[in-house]
Design a binder for this molecule. Structure first.
Ligand SMILES: [Mn+2]
Length: 335
């Protein structure tokens, strides 16, 4: 039996299905979770989404994203659901550490069957079924494959399709990254064929700036952007006070690191944001010869994709930036 059918059979046998994804939700984690929820429902199965934290406002337009339970806001219920689960989906993450230290033990200690569907490098081996393919642009695209190659294409509907389109769109920078395949466009076409309103998804995601968010981003680019010319690297850093000054909301700095990377000639970019007791960092790079995930994992307790990674630093913002400047030339090869 192929892995796609194996996944669907496991859904059919399950009684309590919980869908989880990584911390700091993005379009792919929310999209793949909602798509899996809708697909389970199409198979006649109830399921529930439990994430470490709540969906950011800019993704709440997606039908059923507001049903997502978060450990952050619904602690008791999420603990209960994970304890009762007999099947846990682990979507868009390669290791249970990615759900954060509060949620990780709930998944590690659960006796439920686990199915990992993911596209990050180096998958851990905790799941009964591991479907990891780093050559595929998004977890959402893999979920489309699960539906099609398990012979369930007739169950595909525009609710599943809208969620999948969202995930593919956001994880590919609107279909521009090298990870986009011919197959990706075939899938997108078939989603539009079944009634997905692609233009509404773009509008919902990209035309929703608040004045505060736009001003924060403008400030970040005008006052807080630093170029390391010898490395061809751009850095943006934001302190807690600066974030507060612009009434920072979750998602406001989403994609800001890509703005830095978009400067002509840059090979990599990093965004440092000061959180309560640590510094959160997003890394981006261009080209196979500049794998920024190695820098992220070796120095910033992070990881991710070769050209898009995240990490953290326990210390001050200044120390984090200093460390980055000291090590970056080992990983980024200027042209
Ligand atoms: Mn993803």
């Amino acid at each position: 039996m192929n892995i796609y059918k194996q996944i669907v059979n496991t859904i059919r046998e399950a009684k309590q299905i919980v869908i989880t994804s990584h911390k700091s939700p993005d379009g792919d984690s929310i999209g793949s979770s909602v798509a899996m929820l809708e697909f389970c429902n199409s198979l006649g199965k109830e399921a529930i989404i439990c994430h470490p934290d709540a969906a950011p406002d800019f993704l709440l337009w997606l039908p059923r994203a507001s049903e997502i339970l978060s450990l952050e806001q619904n602690e008791k219920l999420v603990i209960e659901k994970l304890q009762e689960a007999d099947l846990i989906f682990c979507l868009d993450y390669n290791d249970t550490s990615r759900v954060g230290k509060e949620m990780q033990p709930l998944i590690d200690q659960s006796n439920a069957k686990k199915i990992m569907i993911d596209h990050h490098l180096n998958p851990a081996t905790f799941a009964e079924i591991t479907f990891s393919d780093p050559t595929i642009c998004s977890t959402s695209q893999i979920i489309y494959d699960v539906i099609e190659f398990s012979d369930n294409k007739d169950l595909l509907n525009s609710k599943i399709g809208t969620a999948l389109y969202l995930g593919i769109m956001t994880d590919t920078g609107s279909f521009r990254f090298p990870s986009v395949q011919v197959r990706t466009h075939h899938i997108l076409a078939s989603l539009i064929e079944i009634g997905v309103k692609h233009y509404e998804i773009h509008e919902n995601v990209f035309d929703t700036n608040t004045l505060d968010r736009l001003r924060l981003r403008g400030y970040a680019c005008s006052e807080k952007l630093e170029i390391l010319p010898e490395n061809q690297v751009a850095i943006i850093s934001l302190t807690k006070a600066e974030l507060k000054r612009f009434n920072h909301q979750k998602g406001d700095t989403e994609g800001l690191v890509n703005v830095a990377l978009s400067i002509q000639g840059m090979r990599a970019a990093a965004l440092f944001t000061e959180a309560d007791d640590y510094v959160k960092i997003s890394f981006r790079s261009k080209g196979k010869e500049n794998p920024i995930n190695e820098l992220a994992s070796n120095h910033f307790s992070g990881g991710g994709h070769a050209n898009a990674s995240g990490g953290r630093f326990d210390g001050s913002l200044e120390e984090a930036i200093l460390l980055f400047k000291q090590v970056v030339s080992k990983y980024i090869k200027p042209m």
